[in-house]
Design a protein around this ligand. Structure first.
Ligand SMILES: [Zn+2]
Length: 159
């Protein structure tokens, strides 16, 4: 199979924008995606093929959750203080209000993440995604495609 071109937010074949593309987002799944407009394959490196690329060792610890929680608390307290100050001065800043809402959302995300780590739900979900990844790689043509794209595919999937 020929090499698959990498996307930068636009389809490398027809140039149409990939809907909802966010450069900094990451998810587990196959990086081989198909354009909704021209149906041709492109490589989206935001998707991590678990059985090939592995995962960040911090993913299953509470480290990330605690960090998100702390950022949320600091953001909420700072923005909350500014809101209060504005309130007493008789005006109001939409940006500061949005910052406190964002802070609260981060607090919730952090707490949910810590709970999912502690209860083992996150490990369970990761294991399910790893199994799906292994199933994809057992298709030798798929494993070879990834290898041709420069992925370090374990030998067992290439034989
Ligand atoms: Zn396309």
């Amino acid at each position: 199979m020929e090499n698959i071109p990498v996307t930068n937010g636009y389809c490398p074949h027809c140039g149409k924008k990939i809907s909802g593309y966010n450069q900094s987002s990451r998810d587990f799944g196959t990086p081989v995606r198909y354009c909704k407009h021209c149906q041709k394959p492109y490589l989206d490196t935001r998707y991590i093929e678990l059985a090939v690329e592995g995962y960040n060792p911090n993913y299953l610890t509470t480290k990330m959750g605690i960090r998100i929680l702390l950022i949320g608390i600091i953001g909420t307290v700072l923005a909350g203080g500014i809101n209060l100050l504005n309130y007493y001065n008789g005006y109001y800043s939409l940006r500061a209000v949005l910052c406190s809402v964002l802070g609260l959302i981060l607090i919730i995300i952090g707490i949910v993440d810590i709970i999912r780590v502690k209860t083992g739900l996150k490990a369970k979900s990761l294991e399910k995604k790893r199994t799906e990844s292994v199933q994809r790689l057992q298709d030798r043509a798929y494993a070879l495609t990834l290898k041709n794209c420069g992925y370090n595919v374990p030998q067992e999937y290439l034989e």
